[in-house]
Structure formats: structure tokens, C-alpha cells
Design a protein around this ligand. Structure first.
Ligand code: 5GP
Length: 204
């Protein structure tokens, strides 16, 4: 009776989303991580098809025109987008589809899939902690870091559009909370064939 569900996770770059999501995925069954497509440069340690599909700006714009994306947005001057086909397939298979997308993407996905969507905003305890974490990530230039901080100040205003807020102060605590969110994402009544459930319940 269970149908697929969506868990959207957003929050400023540097809040620890990727590490938390990776640990969460290891501990969840029937889960599918939506690998986004981006035009940003590959970071050290990243691999094509694992963190992202890395493509050129021209190719991305072609795919927008061809309607390949469920949603796409420009973040920090680069394109990021979610391909529709693999998401549809995973939902049909009854999986929990996890998205790591920005606040613009969340709005679009929420509009399209409101009844099956749960959303989490994940952030550091403060702006100063975010700044500290971003400057420790040696891969990004000063300019990129500034851009990310500017974006974080805009993103933080969007918390109200999310179901849950997780503050990544203590990694293990944040992980536990994220796992709870993944659990409750599956408990929405809108995911259950209620007519069938009530009928079966009455007969039982
Ligand atoms: P990063 O460059 O740090 O990997 O990601 C930058 C931002 O882009 C993050 O906030 C991340 O959630 C967001 N992002 C990643 N993939 C997508 C996507 O497919 N769509 C949208 N709208 N945002 C994305």
C-alpha cells in the first residue's frame, strides 16, 4: 500500500548536508538519492555520477529546453538541476527519494509533489560557525566563499517553508534527527491508500 515519498533537504553550503545525507543513506532502506546535474566545476575528491553529473552550460541549457528537468535553479552563478526520469522511476518503485537542493528548487518540487513531500532545513548554529566551516574547506576561493555567505543570508529567510529545522552542531545528534525525518516522511497519511486501508481494517 505504500507509495514513494520525497524528502527534500536544503540549507547553506557548508552546513554539512552532504556528509549527513551520506551517513543517512547508509542507514535507510528503499531510499534513492537524486543525483543532480550541475555546471559548476568538480571539487577535489568528487566523482562524475556520484555527487553530481557535471556538464557544460550549453548542454544544461539544451536539457532545459528539452524538458529534462523536474526543477532547476541558478545557485552561486552555476546551474543545478534535478532530472525527472530517475525520480519518477524511484517513486514508482515505492522508494524514499532524497533531494539535496536549494530553496528555489524546494519551492518547485513542493508545488509539484506537495502531498508526498517532507522538507528539512539544515544549518549551522550561527552565521559565524558557517563562515568558519566554509573557510576551512580549502577547495574554495575567497570570492566563492563570499558568494556562499551572501546566498546563506538569503536562504535562512526561507526556513518557514520547511517542515523541520535541524541544527548541525553535533554531527551524531543531527544525523539522528535526519533519520527521524526520513522515518516520518514515510508516515504521511497521503501516502496510504486510505480507502483500501479502512476497508481492510473493518474486515480484520
Ligand atoms: P554545492 O555546489 O555546494 O554542491 O551546492 C550548492 C547548492 O546547490 C546547495 O545548496 C545544493 O543544495 C544546491 N543544489 C544541488 N543540486 C541542486 C539541484 O538539482 N537543484 C537545485 N535547485 N539546487 C541544487
Amino acid at each position: 500500500m505504500m507509495k514513494g515519498a520525497i524528502l527534500v533537504i536544503s540549507g547553506p553550503s557548508g552546513a554539512g548536508k552532504s556528509s549527513l545525507i551520506n551517513e543517512m543513506l547508509k542507514r535507510c532502506d528503499d531510499v534513492y538519492f537524486s543525483i543532480s546535474t550541475t555546471t559548476r566545476e568538480m571539487r577535489e575528491g568528487e566523482k562524475e555520477g556520484r555527487e553530481y553529473h557535471f556538464i557544460s552550460k550549453e548542454q544544461f541549457e539544451k536539457e532545459i529546453e528539452e524538458g529534462e528537468f523536474l526543477e532547476w535553479a541558478k545557485v552561486h552563478d552555476n546551474y543545478y538541476g534535478t532530472s525527472l526520469k530517475p525520480v519518477k522511476k524511484a517513486l514508482q518503485e515505492g522508494k524514499l527519494v532524497v533531494f539535496d537542493i536549494d530553496v528555489q528548487g524546494q519551492k518547485i518540487v513542493k508545488r509539484k509533489f506537495s502531498n508526498i513531500l517532507t522538507s528539512v532545513f539544515l544549518t549551522t548554529p550561527s552565521l559565524s560557525v558557517l563562515k568558519e566551516r566554509l573557510s576551512k574547506r580549502a577547495t574554495d576561493s575567497k570570492e566563492i566563499i563570499q558568494n556562499r555567505i551572501k546566498n546563506a543570508l538569503l536562504e535562512i529567510e526561507e526556513i518557514k517553508n520547511y517542515d523541520f529545522l535541524i541544527i548541525n552542531d553535533d554531527f551524531q545528534k543531527a544525523l539522528k534527527e535526519l533519520l527521524c525525518a526520513a522515518k516520518v516522511a514515510r508516515l504521511k497519511t497521503s501516502l496510504v491508500d486510505l480507502e483500501n486501508f479502512i476497508q481492510t481494517w473493518k474486515e480484520g
